[in-house]
Design a protein around this ligand. Structure first.
Ligand code: PEP
Ligand code: MG
Length: 633
């Protein structure tokens, strides 16, 4: 069987491959037809301009080029080194190519037409010329020009992102999803997600877990193998993706899904019971959330409140920042829905890969993960911060609201943020607005500096919450968005365990409760170690709560402390991981099989090479064409 890819090339040779491996990012089994995220052409307006408006029109075009350059830079910074980065670099060079930009400006000037139309017609000419070239290298550049001109056109039209709209029951397959795209998934009832880029703690992965969508990320070249409506199986617990499965395979995966669902039902039965150990120690289990949809999920899974509400998503995918009033209304609504439980609002954590158009690139620098992001950005964009704090202080009259500051790296930064909080209170008092004056304020401990200086920070705060996603990233020097270094992600690395213990001890001495809200909290492998280290509050994506609660209810604090001590004594992360896995596997085999995710590269193991089974020839291709007609299951 032969088919053509998007550029019309014969891709018969890739169809036989039917099984890919990636990073398990969100547990569960999804089976459904593929929905490929491949943004199509933009609708382009055409109109004439006056000769006197030419300068302004060219200015508009140059501004769109500048914005496009910036966007490409931001995307590029999130990608691992390799081919895709090169593509973006080449696109950036093309944007500076006078053959392209000079022609557009000439057309605006000579034909007196709008910049959008000039851009589109020039790009079409270049595309046509390239696509007719004899050399394949040139033909391939034709689609680069198409993607690039689309992006410039979107900027000219003032559009930020295209909305994606996958049908219910589909498996979304994409090269990458922006956080705004992933948020759109919340509105669609999709059954699975597969992306080429992204690591386990990337924001797409976190969002998929929160929305309970089985997901596998970091699946190399997947968009080349899958066509719209191909059947796809996503095993988000173990990191497998099966494309065009046979009838027998589909039956097998349906059975796996049935067993997964049965286990979930089993642990969900206890959702309303307290997470208390056999020897009577209560462990607080809260939910992480970013979208309104997740609040219902938090209650359903028995959360003792929200331990981390990621407010930055409210700021994204829009042209203007949320107002004080909007913050107030949203927070009030969430408090009402979670009553009587507390809700911890983390002030906006924008920057690095979470960008909002109106603060895009401000002070981000060459290395945005170490630049002006998060609290640093809030302290600079003071008006945004004040508006948010005022909204939260007003909402706090309606329920147990807590404010959490992200990315604190030291005392002065914390004091600067507390000063802004005082300013917000004074403004509200001046304006005669009713607000709470005694809102608990805590910090995320996610920068190693904060963990190491936790004893200095403890007297100044009401609670700590350890963000292991960033703490691991910054301690072990591994970009959390880069799956090439995913194999170095070691939650049980001695450097991490020691910091967890330091924070737990600093908290205990100052009587400051310590929580852990990174992805590690949701992994049943680590429940004993975390609680055993003295961290008795965990916050995680809602669907993980029942599994962790079930483990806590079957354990004693003494055995958890013993395992934590063993992990701390291990010589390396890999050694600790082996021992912890041995103990937890023996005690909770089902929890480890179905809960959490198993696709994490094994710490200390060799650099993972993405295995690709199913290179097995024409037989598979024959089977796949037979199964092509299956409907959604
Ligand atoms: C963390 O860093 O662990 C965390 C919980 O915050 P985020 O994943 O939003 O950076
Ligand atoms: Mg963080």
């Amino acid at each position: 069987m032969t088919t053509e890819d998007r550029e019309g090339r014969d891709v018969a040779e890739v169809r036989p491959r039917h099984r890919l491996e990636g990073i398990a990012a969100s547990p569960g089994i999804g089976i459904g037809p593929a929905y490929i995220v491949d943004r199509g052409r933009v609708q382009v307006p055409r109109y004439s301009i006056e000769r006197g408006d030419v300068r302004e029109e060219i200015g508009r075009f140059r501004e769109a080029l500048r914005a496009t350059q910036e966007q490409l830079e931001a995307i590029k910074s999130r990608l691992p080194h390799g081919e895709h980065r090169q593509i973006l670099k080449a696109q950036q060079m093309m944007l500076r190519d006078p053959d392209l930009t000079g022609d557009v400006e000439a057309r605006i000037r000579e034909d007196l037409i709008n910049a959008e139309w000039a851009m589109m017609t020039v790009a079409r000419d270049v595309e046509r010329m390239l696509s007719e070239a004899a050399d394949e290298v040139f033909r391939e550049r034709s689609s680069d020009v198409a993607h690039l001109s689309n992006r410039v056109l979107l900027n000219l039209l003032g559009k930020t992102d295209d909305e994606i709209d996958p049908p219910a029951g589909s498996v979304v397959v994409a090269f990458d999803l922006s956080p705004a795209d992933t948020a759109a998934l919340a509105r669609a009832d999709v059954t699975g997600l597969v992306t080429e880029v992204g690591g386990r703690t990337s924001h797409s992965a976190i969002m998929a877990r929160s929305l309970e969508i089985p997901a596998v990320v970091g699946v190399e070249d997947v968009t080349e193998y899958v066509r719209t409506n191909d059947m796809v199986v996503v095993d988000g617990t173990h990191g497998h993706v099966v494309i065009r499965p046979t009838r027998d395979e589909i039956e097998h995966w349906q059975e796996v899904r049935r067993r997964y669902d049965a286990f979930e039902d089993e642990v969900q039965r206890d959702h309303a019971l307290p997470a208390t150990t056999l020897d009577g120690v209560h462990v607080v289990l809260r939910a992480n959330a970013a979208l309104d949809e997740e609040i219902a999920s938090a209650s359903f899974h028995g959360a003792d409140g929200i331990g981390l509400y990621r407010t930055e998503y409210v700021f994204m995918g829009r042209d203007a920042p949320p107002t004080e009033e909007e913050h107030y209304r949203r927070a009030k609504a969430i408090l009402r829905r979670m009553a009587p439980h507390p809700v911890t609002f983390r002030t906006f954590d924008l920057g690095a890969d979470k960008v909002a158009a109106y603060v895009r690139g401000r002070g981000a620098g060459e290395n945005p993960a170490l630049g002006v992001r998060s609290l640093r950005l809030a302290l600079r964009e003071r008006h945004l911060f004040v508006a948010q704090l005022k909204g939260l202080l007003r909402a706090a009259l309606h329920g147990p609201l807590r404010i959490m500051l992200p990315f604190v790296s030291g005392l002065e930064e914390l004091e600067a943020a507390l000063e802004v909080l005082d300013e917000a209170k004074s403004e509200l008092a001046r304006e005669g607005m009713a607000h709470a004056t005694d809102v608990p304020v805590g910090i995320m401990v996610e920068v190693p500096a904060a963990a190491l200086a936790a004893d200095r920070l403890a007297p100044e705060v009401d609670f700590f919450s350890i963000g292991t996603n960033d703490l691991i990233q910054y301690t072990l020097a591994i970009d959390r968005e880069n799956d090439d270094v995913g194999y170095l992600y070691e939650p049980l690395h001695p450097a991490i365990l020691r910091q967890l213990r330091m924070v737990a001890e600093a908290g205990a001495r100052a009587n400051v409760p310590v929580s852990l809200c990174g992805e590690m909290a949701a992994d049943p492998r680590y429940t004993w170690v975390i609680v055993g280290l003295g961290i008795h509050e965990l916050s995680m994506h809602p669907s993980a709560i029942p599994v962790v609660k079930n483990i806590v209810r079957q354990s004693t604090l003494a055995e958890m402390e013993a395992l934590a001590a063993e992990a701390l004594a291990a010589r390396s992360g890999a050694e600790a991981e082996r021992r912890v896995l041995e103990v937890m596997q023996a005690r909770f085999p089902e929890h480890l099989e179905h809960g959490g995710v198993d696709g994490l590269p094994r710490p200390g193991g060799p650099v993972p090479v993405r295995a690709r089974s199913g290179d097995d020839g024409a037989g598979e291709a024959g089977q796949s064409s037979e199964t092509g007609g299956y409907g959604a299951m």
